[in-house]
Design a protein around this ligand. Sequence first.
Ligand code: ADP
Length: 364
Amino acid sequence: MRWTRSDLLRSRADVSPPSTVAGAMREDEQELAERVALLQAALDAVPLGVVVLGPDGSELLSNLAASGLSDARHDQALVAHLMGQVAEEAGREGTSRATLELRGPVPRMVEVRATRVSDLGYAEPVTVAVLQDVSDRHRLDAVRRDFVANVSHELRTPIGALGALAEALAGEDDPDVIRRLAGRMGAEAERAAGLVADLLDLSRVESAAQPATTEVTIDRIAAEAVARIQAAAEERGITLECQVPLEEAMDGDPGQLVSAVANLLDNAVKYSDAGSVVDLEVRIDDAKVVFLVRDQGIGIPARDHHRIFERFYRVDQARSRDTGGTGLGLSIVRHVAINHGGRVKVKSREGEGSEFALEVPRWS
Ligand code: ADP
């Protein structure tokens, strides 16, 4: 049998019936106090800030989340001020909502929503205000907007070029020029296709909360990644060297791991000059597997090391575009590392070359 709180109070009354009016009043007061305590405990368990304001704007009730929204007195005053304004409007309109930016060391966005409540037995309506830290939502909205703007910008370039080239082609009779224009159209189409392929890869690794882990052979991962890059390396006159232990196994998502190592190799080739060497080494022990990709290329200035894993961040826009870069490769690598419970590190000096280490636990 399930007991409700009123059952409990009733059963207690049954056990010891009040013998006087004063006794009955004491019990009523006690019951009221218990109800208020219960309401307060329930409100304190709500993760949103809740404040009930009386008809004159005074605070009748509030919960822990409302008072814990900010420690800074200045911020508290700003929130209280906004709440007053929102409550006033809710008093007139029925509901109201506003957002406030708090510019502390970590800027935050707070949203206040208020609703007028008329039937609580007060002569005038009270207002219930709900306060919520919406910083994460705002940040995600901004990231999404940036992402869409970046993708549009990246696609506009090859699509615009394709349009212009097609126009030029239409009015051309010279077979040599036609061949050249068709070749350039092919390259632009490849660039757009490369961006779409990277976007799909990124969305796949970003949405995979759990990678499809199986036992895989490490040298197969390395061989597949190398096979993807071999033609580009040969075309650029770059030698690929591999030091990979044979027949050793690990747990991981083979598709994701190949994609990550291939992206690192692709970058090593793209940002190196002809005649240089790109090296893939795999180090293993019982606990982890480290895929190391080294090049003797242009290197990365120290100030950019922490930013190169962001989507669309490029140290040198022109070089990345010239070599078919999409600005997404290292974000894919970082996500693969995270999905496997690992990390990716970079050591690089401008003009001397780079070393990327993708480190993942060997067994899941
Ligand atoms: P991209 O497609 O432009 O190569 P990535 O996300 O793979 O995009 O890399 C981001 C940026 O980091 C590149 O634009 C480049 O400036 C820099 N970078 C990455 N790998 C290397 C490398 N091996 N050598 C020099 N610069 C690199």
